[in-house]
Design a protein around this ligand. Structure first.
Ligand code: GLC
Length: 711
């Protein structure tokens, strides 16, 4: 018995890579070519290891809301491999929950499933700011606001990394459009960069200790973001103290010397690009080795990259192998997916309509091709081979079908040509006329790697590589909606998608509108629970829904997508609601908007200043008949400001469940940092002295109580 135990201990200690006493000792043992192997891809989703010294490869996988379909070394599906996974609601849905603890739970699910699949790093969260509603990848991001993005992004990262897996804050920085994404040159003021586009990444580094950051495809002020001295060396590593690895986006590296000297630690990509036939031909492969051998680049530059790679390997237990095993496709994970969907769906409008009693015998007509469509494999690299996906139709059938007669009509056709199918439309309207209730399920769709006839170049999607042409609902849905809301005033409209659509032509006669985003594998169940009132909706818009595109600042200034592969963010700090408030524009639905089946009252506001901190206290009462969750939002407003600044800025929020008739005390903290603005002249943060109004409310335009403080 003793021999057996000794052998087992020996096996553990010496058969795997021993944890390096110090990385320096290990680095000194590595040859230059072995170091070069480690700083570029060894396959589509691994970076090079060094077998001689028991240094393993780093294994990574997309994506931000579920572990992606397996990509074997030859970039094709690994045959007969069970890569089914929990398909969490797409990230914008998480942003719409405004629930920080749910963000942590979301990250834990993702990290546990990545660990179980043998992945060291999961390539998420995407924390780029939503600048234009047309950006094809908004569904993968969290919000238009830097504070909401950083709070939800940090929770997600902490959740993932608690499972012994690395997260990846992406795409650093200013990847806010898909048009010309591989080379568009982005310019913006330093103040916009510091106040709007940097904060989520800074928080990811300084508060969530993210292990990896992915450089963006685009250029920034003339240089590719994936090898950018100011972004990666000066700010990320020196100013913010980032200890981990900067990896490029896939095939986002364009120059060996820049990659070596400007802060890129790891070049990722696939050898399927026309340039290389082997991973050693990567920019950080043989060409980089030659630059060191020729004395153009010091070997110490390589060693610093190796130090970072070994640090990440250590964080993800590549040496001690005591990473939690992880789990996949568990009921708990699926329950988190459903909770995120239930808390992320936003009840935009509800007038004498919802909720509907699911125990009543009635005729319910479900209309819309989206009701019967699955989205898990859509969107591009973030695709997930879901263990299952409950569509809206299935959810409604499961939850209402015991008593109600459910019938389904596509109503519109999803096709490349977007031809109008009059017969389908007439059939749906005729059915709606006679029904007790109508549920329309429409919105945007997704495509990529799927067999659908519609290809992503048709610009009607929420997908990587492509932006939308406008906010018009595709497939003639607008005309159908106008007819449905005219023939039945018990029509609930449910929209799937990564962002707003034009609604004005049918919104007035619509009684109820729910924005469901892409609610994941449990989406149909979550939707049915909200339609029936089993769950009280609590989602809040993480982005402004403008009445028309030109009400959005990027489009107002004609600064999207730019010209000749160059774009200047003319709007500066005025992104999203900051612009709407600055210009007194009424959006269709404002940032932070979301209704409940109950009502809440705000009272007893009291703000106490101590040691430079402000403690904001108030009481929230549920004055309705049903338990609900309220997100209390805190906005600051500088009175008589002497500088250009947004009228109000989100600087705090908390979400709490309150029973009918119950009152709860709420407490939020404000520090001096929350009042800062970035002074471009002195290139430093400052606080404008004088009076500020502190607003508390249920949205950026539904401000209930406030008080003036002095700084
Ligand atoms: C893609 C995406 C990035 C993804 C990577 C790997 O092009 O931009 O988000 O993680 O390549 O698939």
């Amino acid at each position: 018995m003793f021999i057996k135990q000794w052998y087992f201990l020996f096996f553990i200690l010496f058969s795997c890579s021993p944890k390096p006493e110090s990385f320096q000792e290990l680095i000194e043992q590595l040859t230059l070519s072995e170091k070069i192997q480690m700083i570029h891809a060894s396959s589509s989703f691994t970076s090079g290891g060094v077998e001689r010294l028991n240094i393993p490869e780093l294994v990574m996988s997309d994506g931000p809301y579920g572990v992606r379909v397996e990509h074997g070394r030859d970039y094709t599906r690994v045959k007969d491999f069970d890569d089914q996974a929990t398909y969490l609601p797409k990230c914008i849905t998480l942003g719409a929950t405004w629930n920080k603890s749910l963000g942590v739970a979301y990250g834990k699910v993702l990290g546990a499933e990545a660990a179980e699949r043998g992945k060291d790093i999961i390539l998420g969260p995407g924390i780029n700011i939503i600048r234009s509603p047309l950006n094809g990848r908004n569904f993968e991001y969290l919000s238009e606001d830097p504070y909401l993005t950083k709070q939800m992004g940090a929770g997600y990262i902490l959740g993932v990394q608690s499972q012994g897996v690395g997260a990846c804050a992406k795409h650093f920085v200013a990847n806010n459009q898909e048009t010309w994404r591989h080379d568009v040159n982005v310019n913006m003021s330093e103040r916009a960069l510091r106040e709007i586009y940097f904060p989520a990444f800074k928080t990811a580094v300084q508060e969530a200790d993210v292990y990896t950051v992915m450089g963006a495809y685009n250029k920034f002020r003339g240089t590719h973001a994936s090898h950018h001295h100011y972004l990666l060396n000066a700010v990320l590593k020196e100013e913010w103290g980032f200890r981990g690895v900067v990896m490029s986006d896939w095939n986002a590296t364009h120059n060996s010397k820049e990659a070596l000297l400007n802060g890129l630690d790891l070049e990722m990509g696939t050898e399927l690009s026309e340039r290389v036939s082997d991973y050693d031909d990567f920019y950080l492969g043989k060409p980089a080795q030659a630059l060191v051998e020729n004395g153009v680049v010091k070997s110490a530059v390589i060693d610093e990259k190796i130090q970072r790679i070994l640090w990440v390997m250590d964080q993800v237990h590549k040496f001690d192998l005591d990473r939690p095993e992880g789990k996949r496709n568990t009921r708990d994970h699926q329950n988190i997916a459903r909770q995120v969907a239930e808390e992320g769906m936003v009840l935009l409008k509800n007038e004498q309509c919802l909720p509907w009693d699911r125990h009543v015998a009635q005729d319910i007509v479900v209309i819309g091709a989206n009701a019967n469509r699955k989205f898990c494999m859509g969107g591009g690299s973030s695709q997930v081979n879901a263990k299952y996906e409950i569509t809206a139709l299935e959810g409604i059938q499961r939850h209402f079908g015991q008593q109600a007669k459910i019938s389904y009509f596509p109503g519109y056709k999803i096709s490349k040509a977007q031809e109008k199918d009059t017969a389908l439309m007439q059939q749906a309207v005729a059915a709606a006329k006679k029904a007790d209730k109508v549920i329309f399920v429409g919105g945007w769709i997704q495509n990529w790697f799927s067999g659908d006839s519609v290809r992503w170049e048709d610009h009607i999607f929420d997908s990587e590589e492509v932006d939308k042409p406008d906010l018009k609902l595709p497939f003639h849905q607008r005309e159908l909606l106008e007819q449905l809301t005219a023939v039945n005033d018990q029509t609930a409209i449910v929209l799937y998608g990564g962002g707003p659509v034009e609604m004005s032509s049918w919104l007035l006669q619509a009684k109820a509108v729910i924005f469901a985003w892409y609610p994941g594998m449990e989406g149909g169940n979550a939707l049915a629970n909200i339609l029936s009132g089993a769950v009280n909706p609590s989602g809040k818009l993480p982005m402004t829904f403008p009445k028309k595109l030109s009400d959005n600042s990027a489009h107002y200034f004609a600064a999207y997508p730019g010209t000749n592969h160059s774009v200047n963010y003319e709007e500066g700090i005025y992104v999203g609601y900051r612009f709407a408030d600055h210009k007194n524009i009424d959006p269709e639905f404002c940032f932070g908007h979301g209704l409940s089946y109950t009502t809440f009252e705000y009272s007893d506001l009291n703000i106490v200043k101590r040691d430079g901190q402000f403690t904001v206290k108030l009481t929230i009462e549920n004055t309705g008949q049903q338990e609900g969750k309220e997100t209390v939002q805190l906005y600051i407003e500088k009175l008589n400001s002497q500088i250009e600044r947004a009228p109000r800025e989100l600087k705090g929020f908390t979400k709490l469940a309150i029973k009918a008739g119950e009152r709860k005390a709420v407490e939020l903290q404000l520090s001096e940092e929350d009042f800062q603005f970035y002074d471009e002249t002195d290139r430093r943060w400052k606080v404008e002295k004088g009076p500020y109004k502190i607003h508390l409310g249920a949205s950026s335009r539904d401000l209930r109580v406030g008080a003036v403080i002095d700084i």
